[in-house]
Design a protein around this ligand. Structure first.
Ligand code: NIG
Ligand code: FE
Length: 404
């Protein structure tokens, strides 16, 4: 018998996508407390396995709960005006250089109280949950000083306490240069390294540290200093890299054992070799590619050939990806980036979890967290094929049915 304790529940007659593959026969899943106690073909579902277990669902497609491994869900204000400017031809880079873009959200986020940020983020988070998310990563990066960065991370943690979802937090103080440091980006990086990262670590507010390595943000050299500071605090690193140009941020991140490199439209073969050797996950963000009308496609075929795990995330944020529907990202990953539906689904389950350093969620297997979704579809590929909210029959988080 299993060593888990807690209520036993079972789901039967499932088409099971385990996080990497769809299993060939109808399956049953049994949970005990917050973990998965058994995953068996229906033909092996004997009475003794079901002793004390209550039926919680049957039929349909069961997948791991979706893992949205890259979001900027906590922010103040809106960038609808900038959306209009971009439609009239202004580029994301031009708007950023003029003090708009990320910095416009920084102004609104600094001006917002904790509870205002929480209230603004709550419906966005609920939209993710209603679309099957059980784990979401939330970055800071719109505070750009110690107090406002920590405020964002505290709000993110609070969301995780108030909603039935696992929130993983990432400190992204090196997201943009704050106006107070306009002519001295090195001084800001020093502030990030010597003050903001240690403060976030001391309060246990960050699970990882991220940087934006780009011409409009920080250089490879500056990002390296941030990674060294993260390392001193024992924090994992990741990077927004190779989004608008190829600076070599991914190779740098790989040298620091990064969990993931994200965006990577401009990643070259040397960068792919580096992340492959480091076991770093490639996180593709089709929502940002789509919203910014990008044309440079990420090197999907080369990543595949190298066997690099590919994750997909929403990048939900007010500027480059105001898209709060993770299953839409599955569809975009297929239509825009030519992933297969199976790859896209693995990208928002097993590989998304890996991009967060997770070992016990994102898969349907014995001992894993009982985080999964039961969907009203005939086969897993339909989740990527059609964009149709409302197909979530049940969302199970840590063994509890929290939707349906
Ligand atoms: O992941 N690339 C940089 N940062 C975000 C955009 C944030 C914003 O525009 O507010 C991204 O796309
Ligand atoms: Fe991002």
């Amino acid at each position: 018998m299993s060593s888990f304790t807690g209520k036993r529940r079972f789901w039967r007659d499932l088409t099971l996508f385990d996080g990497l593959e769809t299993l060939p026969e109808p399956m049953a899943v049994i949970t005990e407390g917050e973990r998965i106690a058994a995953v068996v073909p229906m033909a092996q579902l004997t009475d003794d396995l079901l002793i004390g277990a209550e039926e919680a669902g049957q039929g349909g497609v069961l997948t791991p709960g979706l893992v949205d491994c890259h979001t900027h869900l906590v922010f103040g204000g809106s960038r609808a005006d900038e959306f209009e400017q971009r439609l009239e031809g202004a580029s994301y880079e031009t708007i950023a250089r003029q003090g708009g873009g990320i910095l416009s959200t920084v102004r609104a986020t600094r001006a917002a109280s904790d509870s205002e940020l929480l209230d603004a983020a709550a419906p966005r988070l609920q939209a993710l949950l209603d679309d099957g998310v059980t784990t979401v990563e939330i970055k800071s990066g719109y505070g750009l000083n110690r107090d406002d960065e920590l405020k964002m991370l505290r709000v993110a943690r609070r969301l995780g306490e108030q909603f039935p979802v696992r929130v993983v937090t990432t400190l992204l103080a090196a997201h943009a240069l704050p106006p107070e440091y306009r002519d001295d980006s090195d001084a800001y990086i020093e502030q990030v390294c010597e003050d903001i990262i240690p403060a976030a670590a001391a309060e246990g507010l960050a699970d990882a540290v991220d940087v934006f390595c780009e011409n409009i943000a920080f250089s490879v050299d500056q990002c390296e200093r941030v990674f060294q500071a993260a390392q001193r605090q024992g924090l994992a690193v990741k990077a927004h890299a190779e989004q608008l140009s190829n600076l070599g941020g991914s190779a740098l991140a790989a040298r620091y054992g990064a969990l993931s490199v994200d965006h990577i439209e401009y990643l070259d073969s040397a960068g792919i070799a580096a992340i492959r050797a480091a076991g770093t996950v490639a996180v593709l963000l089709p929502g940002a590619f789509y919203s910014l009308h990008e044309t440079q496609l990420p090197p999907v075929e080369a990543l595949r050939a190298a066997g690099v795990p590919i994750a997909i995330a929403s990048d939900a944020n007010p500027g480059s990806s105001p898209l709060f529907l993770p299953t839409l990202m599955l569809n975009m990953a297929c239509n825009l980036f030519r992933l297969t539906p199976r790859e896209a689904l693995a990208g928002m389950t097993a590989h998304g979890a890996r991009a967060l350093g997770a070992i016990d969620y994102g898969r349907i297997m014995v001992g894993a967290m009982a985080d999964f979704c039961l969907w009203h579809v005939q086969q897993p590929a339909e989740l990527a094929y059609a964009v149709q909210p409302g197909r979530l029959a049940q969302r199970v988080f840590r063994g509890e049915v929290t939707h349906g």
